[in-house]
Write a new protein. Sequence first.
Length: 362
Amino acid sequence: MLRQAGLRAARRPDDPEWEPRLYWTSARLDGPQNNDGMETKRPTVPAAEEILGGYFTALDHGFVSLVDYMGSDEDVERAARVSYGYGTRKVSATRGLVRYLRRHRHTTPSEMVEFKFHCAMPMFVARQWIRHRTASVNEYSGRYSLMPLLFYMPEREHFALQSTSNNQGRDAAASDEVYREAVQRWERLRADASDGYTWMVGEDVAREVARIDLPLSTYTQWYWKIDLHNLLHFLSLRADPHAQWEIQVFAEIIAGMVKRVAPLSYEAWIDYDLVGQPMSRGELAALSQLVEPSEDGIAARSGAGLNADQLKEAGLSGREVQELLAKLQLPPRPDFDLDLSKMRDAEEIARAMNEAVPSTSE
Ligand SMILES: Cc1cc2nc3c(=O)[nH]c(=O)nc-3n(C[C@H](O)[C@H](O)[C@H](O)COP(=O)(O)OP(=O)(O)OC[C@H]3O[C@@H](n4cnc5c(N)ncnc54)[C@H](O)[C@@H]3O)c2cc1C
């Protein structure tokens, strides 16, 4: 439970009145960061405090928890201005600056905001995730601890055939028959792998050796700390529809957490990075044949149009033409609100993990 000692009531970021200002709240009274109710001088954000330490379930056995955070949009502004203390600037001014910085890739101020997560994910997801080198990671040790025998089982709707257009993706749904057979095969393989692991551990074989044939569907977990700038880069790549669906699930939860910690940076990221797209010289050359900028605004050039051949003449390859057409079909603006019904407490999650660890007492 949080004791609100703040100057204003906690409000959600979707509340139009909500302002990500400095809140003088008391520290958590019942959690691991209990500090005897001392007031903190640190800036805290009510919407983030509401979910701090809660565990959001992902896939069948995974989770993401925001363990801690440092700073918010105001800290981006303070760093950019190298200013003294927290002022009383209006949110609209902070918003304008945060958006300007993001538009112009002035990124170091957003490195001043930090996030620490506790996450559990299948090993094949962890393998993609760990490619993001600008985070600090500490992973659960399968050498030291017993592995929970939890395996990811794709649900029917996510079991699809290989895409014919994208070598790295899935496409049409597979038949029920193929899904049923795949589930049976996965279950057999996992029962075998679990049996081998449990037997070796029972024979006191070193855990670092006993684990070597656990499949990539096995869940691992880690603490992951990253700054806002690098986190948004991660989210641009992993909340994107081109990323594997399973890692998107985690990215979307994390995006929902960013929205609570630093809502103005989150909004700017959606507008300029996730939905916004850079334009190449060739694309700008093509568009400038269609519209004319002036002091009054932008006007369509009369009778202007470009067919596929003319687009190629503007210097665009066939693939670039396809990509330009896709860019111009303005994608919907996603919203990564957290589903609070998926928030669990740490004890419940720890219990599920402990129950999945093989017993060595028999
Ligand atoms: C859809 C998709 C498909 C992919 N397919 C494959 C694949 O088939 N095979 C494969 O191996 N990987 C693949 N990847 C991984 C991808 O190539 C990147 O390794 C991964 O996304 C991490 O990106 P990053 O290096 O920008 O991120 P980070 O490691 O988080 O780095 C952030 C930024 O820091 C800078 N940086 C960090 N380290 C260095 C460095 N050592 N030198 C210079 N600059 C640095 C770069 O500017 C970088 O963009 C795929 C990724 C995606 C999203």
